[in-house]
Design a protein around this ligand. Structure first.
Ligand code: ATP
Ligand code: MG
Length: 202
């Protein structure tokens, strides 16, 4: 086959593929605020949510994040988002991991307080994207009422995107969500004795 015929065939094939692709894209006309869930045992759930915040900021939106479990840790994202001023509404309301606080009543109170903040942010029309980091952990331990939380998320403003992160997402939340991604763990450096790395983990 000469180079010219191969080039022609390739062009023809790609033109057909483009027609199929365009037809498919044309069918998707719904615009809505998504309920997104990042779950699974692999690393990347919170990182991907932070990435969506960056993308939304690039569109000129105001964004918010409520951290349900993490306490006052010094993380890179806190410093990075501080540079955006009022365009990022950041709330670290957790007390740390359950095995660190060792106080169930305090954990429950912290989660309820964080959820109240989340509800207030959902009611704020200037916020277009809200990340509820590790909400799945609070739901897993039944620190919050699952049906009430899912009901409130479903009743959110039609243009509000909400991202929920954390392992072991509850089936009822998965059912209610528009987009669910499960991070799978193929390999993690912790297993080889490598500690949490600055700029990668925090
Ligand atoms: P990240 O914040 O890095 O995106 P994540 O949100 O997916 O991680 P979490 O369950 O919130 O994961 O746990 C946070 C910490 O646990 C991170 O430091 C991360 O590197 C680590 N981690 C995540 N997955 C694994 C794993 N499969 N094995 C060991 N440690 C992990
Ligand atoms: Mg996380």
């Amino acid at each position: 086959m000469t180079d010219a015929t191969e080039a022609d065939r390739h062009r023809e094939k790609m033109a057909k593929r483009k027609a199929v692709q365009d037809a498919e894209v044309a069918q998707k006309t719904v615009e809505k605020g998504l309920l997104i869930v990042h779950t699974g045992p692999g690393k990347g759930k919170t990182t991907a949510a932070l990435g969506l915040m960056v993308r939304a900021l690039g569109r000129g939106w105001r964004v918010a994040c409520v951290q349900f479990i993490k306490g006052g840790w010094d993380t890179g994202e806190r410093h990075a988002f501080a540079a955006f001023g009022d365009r990022v509404s950041w709330h670290t309301l957790g007390e740390g991991f359950t095995w660190e606080t060792q106080d169930k009543a305090r954990d429950i109170a912290a989660c309820r307080h964080a959820w109240e903040r989340a509800e207030a942010l959902m009611a704020d029309p200037t916020v277009r994207l809200l990340v509820l980091d590790e909400l799945n952990i609070a739901l897993r331990y039944d620190y919050l009422d699952l049906a009430a939380v899912v009901g409130t998320l479903q009743a959110r403003r039609p243009d509000l995107h909400v991202v929920v992160t954390g392992r072991n997402a509850k089936p009822m939340l998965i059912e209610a969500a528009d987009l669910v991604t499960e991070m799978g763990s193929v390999k993690h450096h912790f297993a080889a004795g490598v500690k949490a790395q600055e700029g990668i983990e925090f």
